[in-house]
Ligand binder design. Structure first.
Ligand SMILES: Nc1nc2c([nH]c(=O)n2[C@H]2C[C@H](O)[C@@H](COP(=O)(O)OP(=O)(O)OP(=O)(O)O)O2)c(=O)[nH]1
Length: 163
C-alpha cells in the first residue's frame, strides 16, 4: 500500500464513516450582572439556575443569551432580559469579555454588561430558580465553566462593578 493511501485510511478510521466533524460555530453571547443594594448597603447580583432538561443542566449563570443576526450586543441583552425575566433593562457599561472552549467542542464569546436599573416586575420565566447573591457567596454556586474566572474575581474583589 502506498504511504498516502495508508494515511488516508488512518484518517478515515479516526474520523469515523461520516468524515471529520465540522467545528461548532462560535456562540456570541451577552449576559448581565443585574445589581441591587440590600438593606445593609451591600451590593447583590441576580443569578439564575438552568433547568434540569437544558444542556449544562442545573448550572448557574447570569441572565442573557445568544446575539441574533443583525443585533448589537446591548440590543440583544435588552431582548434576552425581557424574554427571560420580563424586565426592560437599561444596559450599562461593559464589564468584561471571556472566550471559552467547552469540552464538547463548542466555543462561546461572552460579553458581560452591568445593569443597575430596569422597569417592569422581575419574574422568573425560564429558569429553575433565580436569586440575589452577595459577591462573596458567588463561589458557593455551581456556575458554568466559562464564568468561573469571573466568579473568582468578583468574589475576591478584583473586578469592581461600582461606578
Ligand atoms: N446567559 C448566559 N450564558 C452563558 C453564561 N456562561 C456561559 O458559558 N454561557 C453559555 C451557555 C450557552 O451555551 C450560551 C448561552 O446561550 P443560550 O442561553 O441562548 O443557549 P442555551 O444553551 O440555553 O440554548 P441553545 O439555544 O444553545 O439550545 O452561553 C452566562 O453566564 N450566561
Amino acid at each position: 500500500m502506498k504511504k498516502k493511501e495508508a494515511i488516508r485510511r488512518l484518517d478515515a478510521r479516526r474520523n469515523g464513516a461520516a468524515g471529520p466533524r465540522p467545528p461548532k460555530a462560535l456562540r456570541m453571547v451577552v449576559a448581565a450582572l443585574i445589581l441591587r443594594t440590600d438593606e445593609n448597603g451591600c451590593e447583590e447580583v441576580l443569578i439564575c439556575q438552568r433547568k434540569a432538561d437544558q444542556p449544562m443542566a442545573l448550572k448557574w449563570e447570569f441572565p442573557g443569551g445568544k446575539i441574533e443576526a443583525g443585533e448589537g450586543p446591548e440590543e440583544a441583552l435588552h431582548r434576552e432580559l425581557n424574554e427571560e425575566l420580563g424586565i426592560f433593562a437599561e444596559i450599562g457599561p461593559p464589564l468584561t469579555r471571556i472566550r471559552h472552549n467547552y469540552r464538547n467542542g463548542g466555543a462561546v464569546d461572552l460579553q458581560f454588561f452591568i445593569v443597575r436599573s430596569f422597569t417592569g416586575a422581575l419574574e422568573n420565566r425560564i429558569f429553575r430558580q433565580i436569586l440575589w447573591s452577595g459577591f462573596g457567596a458567588l463561589p458557593e454556586y455551581d456556575f458554568l465553566a466559562a464564568d468561573l474566572g469571573l466568579i473568582r474575581d468578583l468574589a475576591d474583589g478584583k473586578l469592581k462593578v461600582s461606578d
